[in-house]
Design a protein around this ligand. Structure first.
Ligand code: NAP
Length: 254
């Protein structure tokens, strides 16, 4: 287990799903965790309770992304909550995890859905990084959550795939820029993980079995499978890895 004592981590979209798993894991490793979410207060509260019950430290930030001024609003809340919590003003680990996935092939996607997807999944993370860099200490970590859809074609979620492809490019480009500060930037690309995001795709036992069958291990991923990769990338053990896209699909479509 990595030692993140003395570090502060911000995980976007950590009220539920993969983000919650990462928040709980980094808190268990000793980080003070900012649990960001959009609107689900009850889910965020549950994440906080889980962290605190395990002896960890965390506070919540409810700030919608994908709207003008979102990154500034997020960090205004972060600064205020961190000061109230008694933490110092720095940030060590940023995980860009919050995202939406709207269905739509090329013939179905609308300009509005495209703009919304890019606003939440791509534009918000970019400007969150910009704000984060004013606070991030040298040696920090930026972890972007992408998806298998950037290397395996899933035509039914075209806008989502484009938004995640841009995140892979953001990782590569930022890593080159931030090396001089010993900040690493990496992407984790999950396959199908059992969260609310894909509940509709596995509504029947047959559909669920088909998704599980994509993995060499014949099962769906769990948030903890991704959180453990994030914990490695957040730790000092990953200091020589940057600009990389880590496949965390359980060997899907090998
Ligand atoms: P999820 O269960 O749907 O949770 C999404 C999280 O993001 C929630 O905390 C939600 O907050 C937050 N969020 C969504 N839209 C937001 C907005 N506009 N403003 C602020 N917060 C917002 O998703 P997940 O399955 O855990 O996915 C997490 C990441 O993994 C995403 O980047 C996703 O693309 C990626 N991923 C997932 C899978 C998968 O199979 N699940 C596969 C590949 C990649 P609220 O609770 O407040 O709504």
């Amino acid at each position: 287990m990595g030692d993140l004592r003395g570090k502060t981590a911000l995980i976007t979209g950590s009220s539920r799903g993969i983000g919650r798993g990462i928040a709980q894991r980094l808190a268990a490793d000793g980080a003070l965790v900012a649990v960001h979410y959009g609107s689900n207060d009850a889910a965020a509260k549950e994440t906080l309770e889980n962290i605190r019950a395990a002896g960890g430290r965390a506070f919540a930030l409810g700030v919608p992304l994908g709207v003008p001024g979102d990154a500034e609003a997020l960090f205004a809340a972060f600064d205020a909550e961190l000061a109230a919590y008694g933490g110092d003003s720095g940030l060590d680990i940023l995980v860009n995890n919050a995202a939406i996935s709207l269905p739509g092939h090329i013939g179905e996607v609308t300009p509005e859905e495209f703009d919304r997807t890019i606003a939440v999944n791509t534009k918000a993370p970019l400007f969150i990084v910009q704000q984060a860099l004013h606070r991030m200490r040298n040696g920090g970590r930026i972890i972007n959550i992408s998806s298998a859809v950037t290397t395996t074609a899933f035509p039914s979620t075209l806008a989502y795939a484009l938004s995640k492809g841009a995140m892979d490019t953001l990782t590569l480009t930022l890593a080159k820029d931030l090396g001089e500060r010993d900040i690493t930037v990496n992407t984790i690309a999950p396959g199908f993980v059992e969260t609310e995001m894909n509940a509709a795709l596995r509504a029947t036992p047959e559909a669920r079995a088909a998704l599980a069958g994509l993995s060499a291990f014949n099962r769906l991923g769990h948030p903890g499978d991704i959180a453990d990769v994030a914990a490695f990338l957040a730790s000092d053990d990953s200091r020589w890895i940057t600009g990389q896209r880590i496949d965390a699909t359980g060997g899907s479509m090998l």
